[in-house]
Design a protein around this ligand. Sequence first.
Ligand code: DQA
Length: 148
Amino acid sequence: MKILVIHGPNLNLLGSRETNIYGSKTLDEINDSLNTLAAELGLELVIHQSNHEGEIVDLIQSARRYSAIVINPAAYTHTSIAIRDAIAAVNIPAVEVHLSNIHEREEFRRRSLIAPAASGQISGFASESYLLGLRAAAFIANAKKSAS
Ligand code: DQA
C-alpha cells in the first residue's frame, strides 16, 4: 500500500517556527518518524513539502496511484478551494492533519475548507498528529479496499 504525505507552506521551517505552538521537532525528524512507522506497518511512503498552492494541487492530481493521502495543508487549510477540489476530484481517501488544535486558536483558523473533502481530521497532537494520520490513512484505505 502506497501513501502520499503532503506538507504545506512554512512547514519546512518546523523546529524554529513558533516552537511554542508547533513544537521543536524539525520536518526531517517528523519524516523520519513517519518512515519508521510506515516500515512497521508495511506501507510505502512518498513525502513532499511545498510552499505553493498550485504545486500541491499537482501533487494531489498525480496521486491516483496511491491508496491514501495524509495532508497538512497548513495555512491553505483556511483558504484553498483549489486544494479541496483536487482532493474531491481524485477520490482517494485523505486524512487532514494539524500539529496544533486549530479549533482552539484564532477564529480564522477554526474553519477548514479541506475538511468536507477529507475522510477525517486529526488536530492538536503535535508531531504525533502525523503518526495518527498515517494510521488513519492505512485504516481508511484498507476499509475502502475491502468494500470494493
Ligand atoms: C497548521 C495550522 C495552520 O493554521 C497553520 O497555518 C499552519 C500549521 C498546524 O499544523 O497546526 O501552518 O496546519
